[in-house]
Design a protein around this ligand. Structure first.
Ligand code: SF4
Length: 404
């Protein structure tokens, strides 16, 4: 049996490495052109080469997102961009536009092409169409039920299908949305969404401009378009048994903490599914996921059309219970100190949880720490600063977090 692929977002080089180390089988990233998500750091070709060699050395794949909705002038730099991208060693490109697809097939017929969820593929006929044109994979629209995903696979068994397993949901059809263009002049279809679906709205009667009537679900306001985040950790067997080849985690603009925690939870669930016939869901996977900032969770369209239960009417804020405080960068054996790159403030007396790439979470109370010059610290206040903690060695690249 082919094992389903766990596909993770790589917003920058550090997140790529975290995704790979914490258990992703493949990652997707964007270069400095053609990819959605201008808010993520995106990769220069040099960074792409480094990331790809890191992933390939560990048997993992890297896909390059080129899924903007392009205008004519966007094609001008396609050939040189593609030439250099192929030289970096990418395993596939992700494309949504038929013109872009055709141009890439002509320029690089050997290159595997995945059809982006932005192409809104919702049925077997469309999947067959893309298969006949030479696509090797279709990322299905998020708006399909599990039953529909299974039906598409059964009628198109020879092409890989990818389905979302976790991450933010758009209120509009898989991101085809003009709200942000209209309200903020920022093009969601070129990766620059200002997320106006999460904003707080009022009602204005046309003859009384300037009078804003509150729209209130409760005293914090009303967020009428604000979807909860997709989370399918409880339904891994159901998703795998649809026949999909890849399970995708959304979130190239999210933190390394997000990538590490979410990938690790799904890695363990997928491995448990393939490891034993008596697969048992473990609530600790969900508890780990919930420690990363989120908008509460939904199963999206997989079991039923979303209703009021699947939206966050009360707030547009993230639920955030834990702070990401640092990453273990090494061990100074001579001094018996763990070297940590700090990401958020922490202090002596804090109870710290350590999330390693493999194995269980460990807790400890911080009793002593130093800066790089050996000076005693009570508080580690500056993100990116090197902090040293006397300890037994901790796993390289372990995430440190604490309750907010
Ligand atoms: S405004 Fe909301 S629904 Fe529209 S593309 Fe942005 S995130 Fe998606």
């Amino acid at each position: 049996m082919n094992k389903v692929e766990l596909l993770a977002p790589a917003g920058n080089l550090e997140k790529l490495k975290m995704a790979v180390l914490y258990g992703a089988d493949a990652v997707y990233l964007a270069g400095e052109e053609f990819g959605l998500r201008t808010a993520s750091d995106n990769f220069s070709f040099e960074e792409m080469r480094e990331g790809i060699s890191f992933a390939h050395a560990r048997g993992k794949k890297v896909y390059l997102a080129m899924n903007i909705i392009p205008h004519n002038n966007d094609f001008e730099n396609l050939e040189p961009f593609l030439k250099e991208a192929v030289q970096t060693g990418i395993d596939a490109v992700i494309v949504s536009d038929p013109g872009m697809f055709a141009a890439i097939r002509t320029l690089r017929p050997e290159l595997a092409i995945h059809i982006s969820t932005q192409a809104n593929t919702t049925n077997s006929a469309s999947v067959r169409f893309w298969h006949e044109k030479g696509a090797s994979r279709v990322v299905l629209a998020r708006e399909l039920s599990l039953k529909e995903v299974r039906e598409v696979h059964e009628s198109c068994p020879d092409i890989e299908l990818e389905a979302f397993v976790h991450g933010a949901m758009c209120m509009s059809y898989s991101g085809r949305c003009l709200l942000s263009n209209y309200l903020a002049g920022r093009d969601a279809n070129k990766g620059d969404c200002a997320q106006p679906c999460r904003w707080k709205y009022h009602l204005v009667e046309e003859k009384r401009p300037g009078e804003y009537f509150p729209l209130e679900e409760d005293d914090r306001g009303s967020f009428i378009f604000n979807s909860k985040d997709l989370c399918m950790i409880r339904y891994i067997p159901e998703l795998i048994e649809t026949g999909v080849s890849s399970l995708k985690i959304e979130g190239r603009v999210k933190s390394s903490f997000y990538v590490a925690s979410i990938v690790k939870a799904y890695r363990e669930a997928i491995d448990a599914y393939y490891g034993k016939e008596d697969y048992q869901y473990r609530e600790e996977w969900f508890q780990e996921i919930a420690k990363v900032s989120n908008r509460d969770f939904t199963t999206g369209f997989y079991f039923h059309k979303p209703n009021e239960e699947d939206h966050n009417y009360g707030t547009s804020s993230y639920i955030r219970n834990y702070d990401f405080i640092g990453i273990v960068k090494g061990y100074d054996a001579a001094k018996g100190q763990v070297v940590v790159e700090q990401r958020n403030r922490f202090k002596i007396g804090d109870k710290i949880e350590m999330l390693p790439p493999q194995g269980p979470v460990r807790e400890f109370v911080l009793t002593e720490m130093f800066d790089a010059g050996g000076n005693n610290l009570d508080i580690a206040p500056h993100p990116q600063m090197e902090v040293r903690i006397p300890s037994e060695p901790l796993p390289q690249d372990a995430i440190l977090r604490k309750k907010s």
